[in-house]
Write a protein of this length. Structure first.
Length: 139
């Protein structure tokens, strides 16, 4: 898989991938999320290609304390081939180059397969509760 930064021409394919991977929720407009990411560390919005087809994505970021991964997706037909692991490794390298000491991500508790996958990669459940506050409505 070839990993590269997102390009505007990727937008429709990325949103379709996220839909297929069940990552989109009504309260998060994927098109708005893409536009927001392009304003903040756009070089960390990554896509994976195989044979000219977009098959994976991840939005990463680092705010000085911790790195984060969002919208990690792999095309369902391409799963279990090491693509997500390859994307995570690529992000870890980029984060280390930025001096990032810790990487976090959020996984829905209704997704045990994803939780098990990330645990195999060395991620652990933090002793913390995720809180959120919507500042701008996407609806």
């Amino acid at each position: 898989m070839h990993i590269r930064p997102f390009q505007p021409a990727d937008e429709a394919a990325i949103v379709a991938l996220w839909q297929r991977c069940d990552l989109i929720r009504p309260w998060n407009d994927p098109y708005k999320d893409i536009q927001r990411k392009l304003k903040v560390q756009p070089e960390l919005f990554l896509v994976g290609e195989r044979e000219g087809q977009l098959v994976a994505s991840a939005m990463a970021g680092y705010e000085g304390h911790r790195g984060w991964i969002n919208y990690l997706a792999v095309c369902p037909e391409q799963r279990r081939q090491g693509l997500a692991r390859q994307l995570i490794n690529h992000i870890e390298e980029k984060m280390l180059a930025l001096g990032c000491p810790k990487l976090g991500l959020l996984v829905r508790n209704s997704n045990p397969d994803a939780l098990a996958f990330y645990e195999r990669l060395g991620f652990q459940v933090d002793a913390a509760v995720s809180l959120g506050k919507r500042l701008i409505s996407d609806e």
